[in-house]
Design a protein around this ligand. Structure first.
Ligand SMILES: Cc1cc2nc3c(=O)[nH]c(=O)nc-3n(C[C@H](O)[C@H](O)[C@H](O)COP(=O)(O)OP(=O)(O)OC[C@H]3O[C@@H](n4cnc5c(N)ncnc54)[C@H](O)[C@@H]3O)c2cc1C
Length: 584
């Protein structure tokens, strides 16, 4: 070893050991701080889990259904609070000792951002906060943020056969993340997203205080309904508006293969999917024959899956009128209660007990590797385009136990009636359908080829989907779209790259709200919006005036009043931009 190599080696050892010592002491200080606050020793052992406790690895193991997710760090502590004030204490202690927190609801984040981080962190896992109280008279419910969709559906149906809620299909998805990012499900054409139906919330803000809608203010309340979990505080509970549902709805799941003209059917479907009666939501799940990990002759299967809020005869009439090519017949359709339909769409066999909806731990038993991406389609895709994407699906060969799926989910109906500015979820009028590209595999050696496949199909679809921005669904989080720098600041321009894909024209408002309510950027992850760097940079840049380039127009510098704007007012930004022009 040369002297230089020895020097570098020793330096590395010294740096890394002092780093891990510092980390250890920060972590110990955090645990001590939290234990001191909680005081009760029995409770401490039930809610604070460190690598020294056997409960720690059990919890850690239960976190991820997606083996693709890994990080250099595991949480130094997993905290499973049983009440709100314990969360406040944890936030206080993590701030005091400089540890980042990750909030875990149902743990379904596609990139695992609720339980991994590249810097030392603590997980606040909300599994003990899952109570749900339903008010059938007022048609509302308060739901604690650790509850799952299955529990919400179950508790609603327990109280009423005529009420339901519009949210996602998978019962183990948590309301913490799902509602914060939108929440698309089988009732979305009729009633919008889950976030469209939130009427109040309780959260703990960066200041450690508990707020409800009134005390957090309308801007903050706007941001949490679709602006993404994590950024705007820790949601403790949501108040939702329940929706009316008839005692019977109708469902079907009609399979078709490549040989049964899937290409033509998909082509035709996109011409009607967003235009049919709002009571009908007809999705397509297109899979290659390896999905879900099946063998046999290779082909493409499409499942045409629908919920109709009404009886079978009206449904048949609607489908035969708009999509006769599907060849739907009465025998394909089943009338059932809405709660039974939630089991049907989650893939449970008929007559499965409703109790499975309360089993919030099911997904973690089925571990595998997974990558998802999303797109929005605003103009129908040519037949050639559909042939091309199905060919790519057909050719996906991801090793043992692998398979791929394209989900085509229609928009229109209530989703289009709501303005794109009403809440941060912006995918409204003009969207025909959303695509999810999902790929699964069972062997780590095939990770790169499967991830490459997902990027290839995404590249291929570029010419057929929304542009400027190429929009994406926040709840199908995709770090390929971009992420914050791990060390150092991320510029506004960088964050905007993925921010406008998820939130379109709502991105800037979200940044402003974030900057105001969490100026130190306490609640953050790899894709949270940046703290505005503008204020921070003030001491380093030109002064009197702080000059700005006119072509990078920035209305934060000032703008005209709706009525007259005085010369003095105009001068504020006019001098900054070396112009005296007043801008609108
Ligand atoms: C199998 C599966 C099926 C799915 N089906 C659908 C579907 O039908 N429709 C649909 O729209 N989406 C669906 N999704 C996507 C799902 O909506 C998102 O992944 C959602 O973010 C999951 O929420 P969670 O609480 O389970 O996840 P988590 O991983 O716990 O959280 C997701 C994000 O929200 C943050 N967060 C969680 N709880 C809180 C809280 N209380 N306060 C603040 N931030 C919080 C987390 O820190 C993380 O950043 C599905 C995902 C999977 C894996």
């Amino acid at each position: 070893m040369t002297k230089l190599t020895i020097f570098l080696f020793l330096s590395f050892c010294l740096i890394s050991s002092s780093y891990s010592l510092a980390y250890k002491s920060t972590h110990d200080d955090f645990v001590e701080c939290l234990s001191h606050k909680i005081m009760n020793s029995t409770l401490i052992s039930q809610v604070i889990h460190t690598p020294k406790n056997s409960s720690y690895s059990t919890l850690l193991n239960s976190f991820s259904f997606n083996l693709r997710i890994s990080s250099n760090f595991e949480p130094s502590t997993i905290f499973t609070p049983t009440n709100e004030s314990q969360i406040q204490e944890a936030i206080h202690c993590s701030k005091k000792h400089g540890l980042q927190i990750r909030i875990r609801g149902g743990g379904h984040d596609y990139e695992g951002l609720s339980y991994i981080s590249e810097i030392p962190f603590v997980v606040i896992d909300l599994r003990n906060l899952r109570s749900i109280s339903i008010d059938t008279e007022k048609k509302t419910a308060w739901i604690q943020a650790g509850a799952t969709l299955g529990e919400v559906y179950y508790r609603i149906a327990e109280k009423s056969k005529k009420l339901a809620f519009a949210a996602g299909v998978c019962p183990t998805v948590g309301v913490g993340g799902h509602f914060s990012g939108g929440g698309y499900g089988m009732l979305s054409r009729k009633y919008g997203t889950a976030a469209d139906n939130i009427i109040d919330a309780k959260l703990i803000g960066a200041n450690g205080r508990i707020h409800d809608r009134e005390s957090m203010g309308e801007d903050h309340f706007w941001a949490i309904r679709g602006g993404g979990g994590t950024s705007f505080g820790l949601i403790i509970s949501w108040k939702i508006k329940l929706v009316d549902i008839p005692e019977k709805v109708t469902v079907f799941n009609v399979p078709r293969t490549l040989e049964q003209n899937v290409t033509q059917l998909v082509y035709k479907w996109q011409h009607i999917a967003d235009k049919v009666d709002d009571n009908l939501l007809l999705r397509i799940f297109v899979r290659n024959s390896e999905f879900p990990f099946g063998g046999g002759q290779r082909t493409i299967h499409a499942s045409f899956v629908a919920l109709y809020v009404g009886g079978v005869d009206e449904l048949l009439h609607e489908v035969q009128k708009s999509f006769a090519e599907l060849g739907l017949v009465k025998d394909d359709c089943i009338e059932m209660s809405w709660i039974e339909s939630t089991l049907f769409f989650a893939g449970f066999p008929r007559n499965t007990s409703l109790d499975v909806l309360l089993n919030w731990n099911t997904t973690t038993n089925q571990k595998g590797y997974f990558k998802g991406k999303s797109d929005y389609v605003q103009q129908t895709i040519s037949l050639n385009g559909i042939e091309g994407v199905l060919k790519l699906l057909f050719n996906q060969l991801g090793g043992e136990n692998s398979g791929a799926e394209l989900q085509f989910s229609p928009y229109g109906g209530k989703l289009s009636d709501i303005s794109e500015f009403e809440i941060p979820f912006p995918h409204r009028a003009g969207n025909i359908f959303m695509i999810e590209y999902a790929v699964y595999w069972g062997n780590i050696n095939y990770s790169q080829s499967n991830i490459d496949w997902s990027r290839k199909i995404y590249r291929y679809m570029g010419k057929y989907v929304s542009k400027s921005p190429r929009a994406a669904y926040f709840n199908y989080r995709d770090l390929d779209l971009g992420m914050n720098n791990i060390s150092g600041n991320t510029s506004y321009a960088q964050a905007r790259i993925w921010g406008v894909k998820y939130f379109k024209n709502n991105f800037d408002r979200l940044v402003k709200i974030k900057t105001k309510i969490d100026p130190t950027n306490f609640f953050r992850n790899e894709q949270t919006r940046i703290r505005q760097l503008y204020e921070y940079m003030a001491k380093y840049v030109s002064k009197s005036p702080r000059a700005a380039y006119f072509n990078y127009r920035d209305l934060d510098l000032g703008m005209n009043n709706k009525g007259n704007t005085s010369y003095e007012q105009g001068k504020i930004w006019g001098r900054n931009t070396s112009r005296t022009t007043l801008i609108d």
